[in-house]
Ligand binder design. Structure first.
Ligand SMILES: Cc1cc2nc3c(=O)[nH]c(=O)nc-3n(C[C@H](O)[C@H](O)[C@H](O)COP(=O)(O)OP(=O)(O)OC[C@H]3O[C@@H](n4cnc5c(N)ncnc54)[C@H](O)[C@@H]3O)c2cc1C
Length: 263
């Protein structure tokens, strides 16, 4: 590591001021500290968000579940309100990475980082959640802009994620054994307004699949999902899997998610 200064503000306003002046927010450090050690990131000042109570807590108000940005994965996985209202979200959080990652990693850090293979962005997009920041509210459809890129401005902090509680939802992934991240993950959520399907791990960033959504809105069965041809032309090919393999996984994982919802 190289020299840097560390601030521990007690309020979002103070943290946002520091970030606006060029400091980098530090949540659980699961990505940021590793990238600093590798010299991929070299902030001169870190702002530890761990002492800001406004960023913590999970609460349910009717059909809305609000998860504070500093909620650790293990807290989301074990929270009674999340388990009751949105079990697919608790399940997703319970299967992220390993124990240490779940003990330290946060929903705000994951969503701000927008790793193209991360689990949470697929739940946020699949549920049509709202990203609440220190400045405004951003719909998930407008937030994820591609590889490690979001609509967040330089001096903007995520304070919470607000999820509309779905009628049913499920998350399926194939774990990449070396990194623990999903090779591909599919988050499916059913609302009165229709079905949403978000895919992670397959492309440049998380994305919704219009063909699967249309098919499942017509006929919510695994066979209907299986009938959709998944275009591989814009999917990733790398040493772990070809684009064609990822396309097949999108189909298979969606079918599994539908089967899970149908019980
Ligand atoms: C071994 C390993 C396995 C993993 N497996 C998975 C997996 O299976 N699925 C998965 O989804 N993820 C996985 N992760 C990622 C992990 O879940 C963390 O969510 C992710 O690394 C972000 O970490 P963090 O919350 O500690 O944020 P940090 O590392 O502290 O921050 C990440 C980035 O977000 C910024 N940031 C943090 N909080 C905020 C905020 N509130 N507002 C604005 N910007 C903010 C930081 O400045 C930084 O740029 C894995 C990580 C590791 C190390």
């Amino acid at each position: 590591m190289y020299a840097f200064t560390l601030e521990r503000p007690a309020s979002v306003a103070d943290a946002a001021r520091l970030v606006g002046a060029g400091a980098k927010p530090l949540a659980g450090g699961q990505t940021l500290l590793a990238s600093m050690k590798l010299r991929l990131s070299a902030p001169e000042q870190l702002v530890d968000l761990g002492g800001i109570s406004e960023l913590t807590g999970i609460r349910r108000d009717g059909d809305t579940l609000t998860v504070g940005a500093m909620s650790r994965h293990v807290e989301v996985a074990n929270n009674a309100d999340v388990k009751a209202a949105f079990p697919a979200l608790a399940d997703l959080a319970s299967r992220i990475g390993d124990r240490q990652v779940r003990a330290m990693g946060t929903i705000g850090g994951s969503v701000a980082n927008n790793d193209p293979a991360a689990c949470y962005p697929s739940a946020v997009l699949g549920a049509g959640a709202t990203i609440v920041t220190s400045k405004r509210e951003i719909a998930a459809d407008d937030f994820f802009l591609g590889l490690f890129t979001t609509a967040l401005e330089e001096d903007e902090l995520i304070t919470a994620i607000r999820f509309p509680v779905p009628k049913h939802a499920a998350y399926e992934k194939l774990r990449q054994k070396a990194s623990q991240f999903p090779l591909v993950g599919v988050f499916l959520a059913q609302y009165d307004g229709g079905v949403r399907v978000a895919v992670t791990g397959a492309g440049n960033g998380v994305f919704r699949h219009a063909g699967l959504e249309e098919a499942l809105n017509r006929d919510f069965t695994a066979a209907s999902a299986a009938s959709v041809k998944i275009d591989a032309s814009e999917l990733n090919s790398d040493l772990h899997a070809s684009a064609a393999y990822r396309a097949n996984l999108i189909s298979v994982l969606t079918q599994r998610a539908v089967a899970r919802v149908l019980g």
